[in-house]
Ligand binder design. Structure first.
Ligand SMILES: NC(=O)c1ccc[n+]([C@@H]2O[C@H](COP(=O)([O-])OP(=O)(O)OC[C@H]3O[C@@H](n4cnc5c(N)ncnc54)[C@H](OP(=O)(O)O)[C@@H]3O)[C@@H](O)[C@H]2O)c1
Length: 293
């Protein structure tokens, strides 16, 4: 016979789960508010749609206002949820502050922040051949962008005593690809930010997670020569499912750690309490004799 949640030493369900019934069913996040960056296309748009389907009000952020507004309108019409387009460049401090203020004015708060916006190296070249300006644009889009959003959103979460931040990671967060040096630097830096953020949030009910989406067919991956001819795409629903599980609170023990859509099953993760450096970025010793071990 299955033991109860309490008997297994796990946390009781988050209130939104208790109210919502089905763990990943439509409306299970009902009443919550999400802010998703990079929301006008690709993974961000899938996330807005998936979270709206589960009952969240969603503010979507991207630079191109027309495409963003169209996406948010289409999702509201298709799901019946409330959506809002807040156009901004995530690297622009004033624009980010204004966008977050507008989302809070409309929806009252942000329960879930997904830092998803970002760029990729324009060409597959070694570090020394990369254009320095484009190289830094990639890094700042992920790292400065996420810090500005965290700065604008997390104080409100702390004041209310609840919130979840998801930083969209990558396989290149944990292993550099020589031909994508800026992106590797950016995604590793972002993962460090998640760890630092989760550490600073300890003792609060605000959590931060890294979620790698797998390889999802989007404008970004279609433009990357390494994925030409690739067919084994990760279904975007897997990314939505994992982030919806985080939003529900059921994966809180994984705060500060790396999860990967398509291979990590929320129904498995929720019965595991990770320990030590599991799923964290660490230097591996060369042997037991390594003085850094
Ligand atoms: N696709 C994959 O397989 C994959 C794998 C691993 C990680 N990821 C990560 O997942 C995230 C989404 O990837 P994707 O493939 O969906 O990308 P995408 O198709 O290129 O979409 C990027 C989105 O971000 C927005 N954006 C870009 N720069 C921005 C900025 N400075 N400020 C605000 N918005 C900005 C874009 O709209 P505007 O251009 O209008 O601003 C767009 O909405 C990225 O962080 C990416 O690194 C993707």
């Amino acid at each position: 016979m299955l033991s109860s949640v309490a008997e297994r030493g796990l946390r009781p369900p988050h209130p939104s789960q208790a109210q919502g019934g089905a763990r990943d069913g439509a409306r299970s996040l009902g009443g919550g508010v999400a802010l998703v960056t990079g929301a006008s296309t690709g993974i961000g748009r899938h996330l807005v749609e998936g979270l709206a389907t589960r009952g969240m009000a969603v503010a979507g952020l991207a630079r191109g206002e027309d495409r963003l507004r169209t996406a948010m309108d289409e999702i509201a019409a298709a799901t019946g949820a409330r959506t809002l387009a807040v156009a901004a460049d995530v690297t622009d401090r004033g624009a980010v502050d204004a966008a977050v203020a507008r989302a809070v004015e409309e929806f009252g708060r942000v329960d879930l922040l997904v830092n998803n916006a970002g760029l990729i190296d324009a060409a597959e070249v070694p570090v020394w051949q990369a254009d320095p300006d484009q190289w830094w644009d990639v890094v700042t889009s992920h790292v400065r962008g996420a810090q500005l959003l965290v700065r604008a959103v997390v104080p409100g979460m702390l004041a209310r005593g609840s919130g979840r931040v998801v930083n969209i990671a990558s396989g290149m967060s944990v292993r550099a690809r020589p031909e994508y040096s800026a992106y590797s630097v950016a995604k590793t830096g972002l993962m460090r930010m998640t760890e630092a953020l989760a550490g600073a949030l300890e003792g609060s009910d605000v959590r931060a997670f890294d979620v790698a989406p797998g390889v999802v067919e989007t404008e970004m991956t279609r433009a990357m020569p390494i994925w030409q001819g690739f067919t084994d795409w990760t279904p975007p629903e897997k990314v939505v499912e994992l982030i919806a599980a985080i939003a529900s609170g059921e994966l809180d023990p994984w705060s500060g750690r790396f999860l990967r859509a398509g291979v990590d099953d929320p129904s498995v993760l929720r019965d595991i309490t990770p320990e030590g450096d599991a799923r964290r970025l660490r230097l591996r010793p060369y042997s037991d004799e390594d003085p850094l071990a």
